[in-house]
Design a protein around this ligand. Structure first.
Ligand code: SF4
Ligand code: SF4
Length: 439
């Protein structure tokens, strides 16, 4: 059988067995939600509630001020305690709405099923539904989905790709969704296909998830009007990076600085399409997501259905607590995620993982031996050792001239480095410096 492959990339230890067989469990509503108003790419949403306001599950608590932004809703009924400023993972400050959750509220809030007349579904309907529900890309990019689904009139979209690669080690939340909610995900894709009339609908899943591949092959028969292709992807990181996935499945190359619509493609994450289905068929906004809690440092790895705004400390406790061996807590995957300086953060729409890692995951670094491994594995054909060296030396102009902006921060170079040099951290530092200083 044909398998789709990519240039460069690595084979890290996946550690997915820690959580992949754990079915999704609902996480009980916490006593207090701390909901950040910047859970997406673009401008933060602006609070429309204040201290003392009563809210119901699904109410808008912050509105998107401009196009590149997203509404934020409360996952549970309760009373607004306060609107406070706190850091996001990564350090940027942001407004949070704190909601004291009603004691009677449960995570099993009833959303009323409604039918969708596919004859009425077009691009405007799709964008409006996504925007009202506050849907963003849930693979980590958090780009507002209504913007992704509103290409310029000149764009001719003919290919849809479901990004089910989930190539980062440890993470299994998309895997569980694909096995447990195949039909709903296909219903979400059907809405997009109805609006755009794609000539190809590619379901891209890495070969290390045979049960998910089988589930989509089986369920595809119930959607005979879609040109579905279930595409097994070679298990190699970063197969799920959007531009990499587009090239490996369609042979189309998205030029540097351009977006997928410019080569006629829409690619979307598994949970994003599920969220679209929930918005369309239940009127349910994006108020929860599946999070993989895993790593050698946590007692019981799990895949949890978690309301956004849930404190990460509550997740750790629910999973039996973390051991003394834990040296690093990461929000997201180990390759692209963000290390947390404390547990005083919340789950957001983009949080696919909460990892409790130990010293063996992050050994000490030594000097560069010029082996070239980082160059060999870079899917963007960059010179990671040079970029890191320029960043260390404060030579940001030179880093920029060495195609710094083309790095999409997959972390392959750092993983491949036998000297354990934190290449990606240096690259991120240089990119931030270039952006802030306007170089
Ligand atoms: S330089 Fe950037 S794109 Fe290339 S391997 Fe490193 S992180 Fe990935
Ligand atoms: S992989 Fe590490 S040691 Fe090898 S050239 Fe790159 S930075 Fe240097």
């Amino acid at each position: 059988m044909l398998t789709f492959s990519l240039r460069g990339g690595i084979h890290p230890a996946y550690h997915k067995e820690l959580a992949s067989e754990h079915p999704i469990e609902p996480f009980p509503l916490p006593k207090r939600l701390e909901i950040p108003l910047s859970q997406h790419l673009g401008l933060p949403a602006a609070a429309v509630v204040s201290r003392g306001d009563e809210v119901s599950a699904g109410n808008v608590i912050a509105e998107a001020p401009k196009l590149i932004s997203a509404h934020v809703h409360t996952p549970a009924a309760g009373k607004v305690r306060s609107v406070v400023q706190k850091p996001l993972p990564g350090g940027r400050m942001c407004d949070y709405v704190q909601v004291d959750v009603d004691e009677e509220a449960t995570e099993a809030h009833e959303w009323r099923a409604r039918s969708v007349d596919l004859a009425e579904v077009d691009a405007q309907w799709l964008a409006r539904t996504s925007r009202e529900a506050g849907i963003v890309g849930m693979g980590g990019a958090t780009f507002p989905t209504d913007v992704k689904l509103s290409p310029p009139p000149t764009a001719k979209l003919d290919v849809f790709i479901l990004n089910g690669a989930e190539c980062e080690p440890y993470l299994t939340c998309d895997h569980r969704m694909m096995v447990e909610h195949t039909h709903e995900i296909l219903q979400g894709i059907e809405l997009a296909h109805t609006a755009f009339g794609f000539s190809r609908v590619i379901i891209g899943i890495e070969e290390n998830k045979p049960d998910a591949l089988e589930a989509f092959r089986r369920e595809s028969a119930r959607f005979p009007d879609m040109p579905l292709e279930v595409a097994p992807l070679e298990t190699r990181y970063p197969q799920g990076a959007e531009k990499v996935l587009i090239e490996s499945t369609t042979k189309r190359v998205v030029p540097a600085g351009k977006l997928p619509f410019e080569v006629g493609v829409v690619a979307a994450n598994v949970q994003t399409m599920y969220a679209l289905q929930q918005a369309a068929y239940l009127g349910k906004p994006l108020i929860e997501r599946i999070v993989t809690v895993s790593g050698a440092g946590i007692a019981t790895p799990k895949n949890l259905r978690v309301p956004v705004g849930t404190p990460v400390a509550d997740l750790a406790e629910f999973c039996g607590g973390f051991s003394e061996r834990t040296t690093k807590v990461v929000m997201g995957g180990p390759m692209t995620g963000i290390a947390l300086p404390s547990l005083d953060y919340s789950v957001t729409k983009g949080s696919g993982g909460l990892l409790f890692l130990t010293q063996q995951d992050y050994p000490d670094e030594s000097p560069c031996i010029k082996c070239g491994s980082c160059v060999d594995v870079c899917p963007m054909r960059l010179m990671p050792l040079k970029l890191a060296a320029f960043a260390k030396a404060g030579k940001f102009e030179e880093a920029k001239a060495t195609n710094l902006a083309d790095c999409f921060e997959c972390g392959c170079c750092a993983w491949a480095c036998p000297a354990n040099i934190k290449i990606l951290s240096w690259i991120k530092y240089a990119k931030n410096y270039v952006r802030v200083k306007g170089i």
